[in-house]
Ligand binder design. Structure first.
Ligand SMILES: [Zn+2]
Length: 326
């Protein structure tokens, strides 16, 4: 099984490891400036293979197993779905509403088994395109690295059309909803129009689109105080550039703090993973805004994707020998 997409992590923590990113304009330009060795979250060789998703028509309805699995996993899945509903509601964002609706109507619930993921509740939608897998402690026997060692909350695996949800990481409802909508946006994009998910450029462009969506959601919910957090990071980035004699706007420096103002806005985070995810949000939002302020309109979107590429390259997500995702 092709494992590379286990690396499609959300909640990219540890970005402080990146000292600075020189913003570049071409896909083949080396772009890491004095970066330290990034850590990969899920070392490829340690990730268990989930096998293939069983097509709907092959699903054996083993009633007792299905009932037991539903009893355990349905409440967990509902928690994520309800969190996404709250975010769609609070933000009033049309794309968030559409994404939520796509998942609520087209999501199939599944459980991991040795051979892959088995669907335990098919979708009423004949065109259902996404499988949702809430992981529980017991799944560590099959997917130990996903259940215990990943720093991610959730991830989308395009080759399985699946979203894996970690239920052993605590997070506040709103941030759970934001994470779920992030992965759901990937699922909806791929489900409605599949693309080459191993192509680095395409991968980075899709991430850019989803982060832009996420920035907008957090801003709508966090309001003025959140904008202050982003503005302060932008100012600090500019001050750093001046101090180091770099061209303002052409270098993004690594995140230096956790932005305590985020706790005032959203309440204290419930885990380190959540704290890190929120801080990364502010940092990426600031970086995107700096790019918007610095470059002509026709260059901005490409530069944002290239900026993300540096972060993913630092994590060893790309295979230099093939130039594609691992
Ligand atoms: Zn993503």
């Amino acid at each position: 099984m092709n494992r590379k997409n286990w690396m499609l992590l959300v909640g990219v923590s540890g970005l402080v490891l990146v000292l600075a990113v020189i913003l570049c304009s071409a896909w083949d330009t080396p772009s890491v400036h004095e970066g330290s060795q990034g850590q990969r979250y899920v070392p490829k060789e340690e990730v268990a293979s989930p096998g293939d998703v069983m097509p709907k028509e092959d699903v054996q309805v083993l009633t007792s197993v299905v009932e037991a699995e539903l009893k355990r996993r349905m409440p967990l899945y509902k928690e994520w779905l309800m969190a996404a509903a709250e975010v769609a509601d609070l933000s009033g964002d049309e794309e968030a509403k559409q994404t939520f609706y796509y998942m609520a109507t087209g999501g199939m619930l599944a459980a991991p088994v040795e051979q892959g993921f088995v669907v335990i509740r098919p979708s009423p939608e004949p065109e259902a395109t996404v499988v949702l897998v809430p992981l529980i402690e017991e799944d560590a026997k099959i997917l130990p690295n996903l259940v215990h060692h990943s720093h991610a909350f959730a991830l989308y695996l395009p080759e399985h059309r699946s979203i894996v949800l970690r239920t052993n990481v605590q997070a506040t409802k709103v941030w759970k909803g934001i994470v779920f909508l992030h992965e759901s946006a990937h699922a909806m994009a791929y489900g409605t129009k599949p693309y080459d998910h191993q192509d680095v450029k395409t991968f980075c462009e899709k991430e850019r689109d989803v982060h832009t969506f996420q920035n907008r959601l957090v801003e709508k919910i966090g309001g003025k105080r959140y904008r202050v957090a982003v503005a302060e990071e932008i100012e600090s980035q500019k001050a750093e550039a001046k101090k180091l004699g770099d061209v303002v706007g052409h270098v993004i420096y690594g995140r230096q703090q956790n932005y305590p103002i985020m706790d005032d806005i959203f309440g204290p985070p419930l885990s380190e993973v959540e704290a890190d995810f929120r801080a990364t949000q502010v940092w990426i939002h600031a970086a995107f805004t700096i790019i918007d302020e610095t470059f002509p309109a026709e260059e901005r979107e490409n530069r944002k994707a290239l900026f993300l590429k540096v972060l993913y390259a630092e994590r060893g997500m790309f295979d230099p020998s093939t130039g594609r995702l691992r």
